[in-house]
Design a protein around this ligand. Structure first.
Ligand code: FES
Ligand SMILES: [Fe+2]
Length: 415
């Protein structure tokens, strides 16, 4: 039987804890957002795109298109594969699978960041298991070749018996990497370059306002889901809050009351919180945006920060899975205060609530969508004018697929 999303009945709703993180121009911008949202609350309106958008359903289950998305998008654009806070000190690393590519990201003894294929140059074994670690060297489990944290080949077990070769040519394969706004961006194709300033453009200050490099990573978990595009859509609209999340998100956020802004490939969606509705007759400019606005800061192709102006936030990063109908989301909880015995229980409540809502309500619904579209060939999905964030993501995918196109690959179908 197909699983249907249950309606959750959480005993405790996590508290939204305001934070003084916003300052300067970032705070002024947040106040302008709050004023826009207040107008929508008063008028029962929401930001709208010019028209509806139609997406052919084949784009969600076509294996050839899926392969093209991996090769032309995921292997060519800068992917935010780690937070700076996940490699907090010297000699730390994070290993992971990124769209089928084993990657290791390190911070070496000098504090410099490197990204490399997590593949031994002897006979191709994976060097580190996925996850975080601290080490002065990376040692392959197969025959114990050992690499520095910068990827250079340092030690060969039984070297006198092995035969001569140039060790400097057998370092780990380096990937282009850039650290900006508390994120570590990696390109999965070794010979490409990352121009992070042009990739982020005017989204960079939006990200910097989150002060991610001052955050602590409380938890990180992998969550399987349906096709990556089905999953990202769920982060980019608040039209579904009342119906899908009646006892969870809808308790704190208004439904279908949102503002949208696009920044190149990236975007920001923000929802009116119930506190804004309650304080709607106050002087709006004097309210605290961190407790009246629910923001989603969304980095193409699938990283979203929810509640980023508050003391605790969530960060989800969606990557394609092994097949077109699968994805893998890295779900993290971040906090602005050091983790202590006093705040641990609250953080655990926040973490479990977030995981439960996302998986039980959004992802299970998404699996249904995946099954739905796969049985509706020749038809389209329709995204309303009140879902501008979802439309924008699809338009960006189509634009980049065209810009990066190479012979032999299909393009997304257009309605
Ligand atoms: S494959 Fe890594 S040391 Fe042999
Ligand atoms: Fe949702």
């Amino acid at each position: 039987m197909n699983e249907i999303a249950p309606v959750l009945q959480p005993e405790v709703l996590p508290e939204y804890v305001a934070s003084p993180v916003l300052d300067g121009e970032a705070r002024e911008e947040a106040v302008r957002m709050m004023i826009r949202l207040a107008e929508h609350v008063r008028n029962k309106t929401t930001d709208q795109a010019d028209d509806n958008w139609y997406e052919p359903v084949e784009n969600y289950y076509d294996e050839e298109l899926f392969k093209a998305e991996i090769d032309l998008l995921f292997k060519r654009i800068p992917l935010p594969l780690a937070l700076s806070a996940e490699l907090p000190g010297k000699n730390t690393y994070k290993a992971m699978d990124a769209a089928g590519v084993p990657v290791i990201i390190t911070r070496d003894a000098k504090g410099e960041v490197h990204a490399m294929l997590n593949i031994c140059r002897h006979r191709g074994a994976l060097i580190c298991g996925d996850g975080y670690g601290e080490s002065r060297a990376l040692t392959c489990p197969y025959h114990a070749w050992s690499y520095g944290m910068n990827g250079e080949l340092r030690g060969i077990y039984g070297e006198s018996t092995f035969g001569e070769f140039d060790k400097s040519e057998r370092g780990l394969v380096q990937l282009p990497v850039a650290e900006a706004a508390g994120l570590i961006f990696v390109c999965l194709t070794p010979d490409l370059e990352i121009d992070i300033d042009s990739w982020l453009g005017d989204f960079k200050p939006v990200l910097e306002a989150l002060k991610l490099d001052e955050c602590y990573v409380f938890s990180s978990r992998q969550m399987p889901g349906p096709n990556w595009k089905v999953v990202i859509e769920g982060f980019l609209e608040g039209y579904h809050f009342a119906s899908l999340h009646p006892n969870t998100v809808f308790k704190t956020n208004l439904s279908n009351t949102a503002i949208f802004d696009g920044f190149g490939a990236h975007e920001r969606v923000a929802f009116a919180l119930r506190t804004l509705e309650k304080d709607i007759d106050e002087d709006i400019e004097s309210l605290d945006p961190s407790s009246h606005v629910g923001s989603i800061i969304w980095l193409f192709p699938g990283m979203s920060f929810a509640g980023g102006w508050r003391e605790r936030m969530t960060c989800a990063f969606v990557l394609p899975g092994k097949t077109v109908g699968e994805s893998m989301t890295e779900q993290r909880v971040l906090t602005r205060k050091p983790i202590t015995e006093e705040n641990r229980a609250d953080l655990e409540t926040f973490r479990d609530f977030f995981y439960d809502v996302t998986y039980e309500e959004d992802y299970l619904t998404g699996y249904g969508v995946q099954k739905g579209v796969s049985n509706m060939s020749g038809t389209t999905q329709i995204y309303g004018r009140n879902e501008p964030g979802v439309q924008y993501a699809h338009k960006t995918i189509n634009r980049l697929m065209k810009e990066n196109h190479q012979p032999g690959y299909p393009l997304p179908r257009e309605a």
